[in-house]
Design a protein around this ligand. Structure first.
Ligand code: TA6
Length: 303
């Protein structure tokens, strides 16, 4: 059975789940990337098979919890600008080889759709799998499997499980790089990072301590380390990020100039979103021993 046949078969077996493609849903200028459409009594969601990428998530009778660029491109091998890119097995630039893709590579490949099911609370659970290949070994010389579970209901729950299937210690950093809509950037702020240290990516990773909430006046690109489990994006309506085993939080808004230099974003869109990305980066990175397994979770909801 092909991946498409498997996907169609899984979708058919679950109420509220169907399959579409990006050229149908987002417009004919895009490629036919497979999309999983979920529309239930609890929520509406759109997930791309490429990158196991949650693009849209909106609880019924509530505002969207994710933002996606109006200029996002949907084509094979290109990260989608918005939603929740899965940045793995490294966060940011590859510190050993800057010619490698930014934010790892799993967001650029199709994941296997292992299962789709309805849970007792009527949420829909989608399980995706990724296994290292000869192609990925050229980028990242480690054998691994990853399982990513997306549960869409009244909230969005994401769980990443990583297994080191090789015979050497495997360095892992990652971020669930979520884009969130904000009503007014100049009055938006992030609570839950007070007194934590951060590396300022606009100043060559200079280390600082956060005083109070994080505001957005110009480009903000900060990796907060050893943070608490919960942050709140104070916008209207407010958004809560609650995590387990994610010690880092990356806060990003590009500001006008950088946004204008990003083709699938544009300066006109910089005030519509911020990113608060949960994961483990830099000194929070994981080092998995052979056969070791680690997992982390994130729940995104209205506050
Ligand atoms: O998470 C912040 C960041 O690392 C920024 O430096 C910016 O590069 C952003 O991610 C987007 O990265 P991308 O590779 O998705 O364009």
């Amino acid at each position: 059975m092909s991946a498409t046949e498997n996907l169609i078969s899984l979708a058919k077996s679950v109420n509220g789940v169907s399959v579409s493609t990006a050229d149908v849903y987002f417009g004919a200028e895009h490629q036919a990337l497979p999309l999983i459409m979920v529309e239930t009594e609890l929520c509406k969601a759109v997930i791309a098979v490429q990158g196991a990428h949650v693009i849209e998530f909106t609880p019924v009778d509530e505002a969207p919890l994710l933002w996606v660029s109006p200029k996002a491109e949907y084509k094979q091998g290109k990260p989608i600008r918005g939603g929740v890119p899965v940045c793995f097995p490294w966060f940011g630039e590859n510190q050993l080889d800057k010619s490698k893709p930014s934010h790892g590579f799993v967001r650029n490949f199709d994941w296997q759709v292992s299962n789709i099911q309805t849970l007792a609370d009527q949420s829909v659970e989608l399980t995706f799998a990724f296994t290292s290949t000869d192609e990925t070994l050229k980028l990242y010389p480690y054998h691994f499997t990853a399982q990513y579970t997306v549960t869409v209901g009244k909230t969005l729950k994401l769980a990443l499980q990583v297994n080191n299937t090789g015979d050497q210690t495997m360095p892992v950093s990652f971020a669930l790089h979520s884009y969130h809509p904000v009503q007014e950037l100049s009055t938006t702020y992030v609570d839950g990072l007070h007194w934590t240290s951060f590396l300022d990516n606009t100043k060559k990773y200079q280390a600082h301590i956060q005083q109070g909430p994080v505001y957005f006046d110009g480009e903000v690109d900060r990796i907060y380390l050893n943070v608490q489990e919960e942050q709140i994006i104070q916008t209207e309506p407010a958004i809560k990020l609650a995590s387990r085993e994610c010690k880092s939080a990356v806060v990003w808004n590009p500001g006008y100039n950088k946004a204008a230099s990003i083709g699938d974003l544009g300066g006109e869109n910089y005030q519509a979103f911020i990113c608060v990305e949960r994961g483990n980066a830099f000194s929070d990175s994981w080092y998995l021993a052979p056969n070791e397994q680690r997992s982390a979770e994130l729940e995104i909801s209205h506050y």
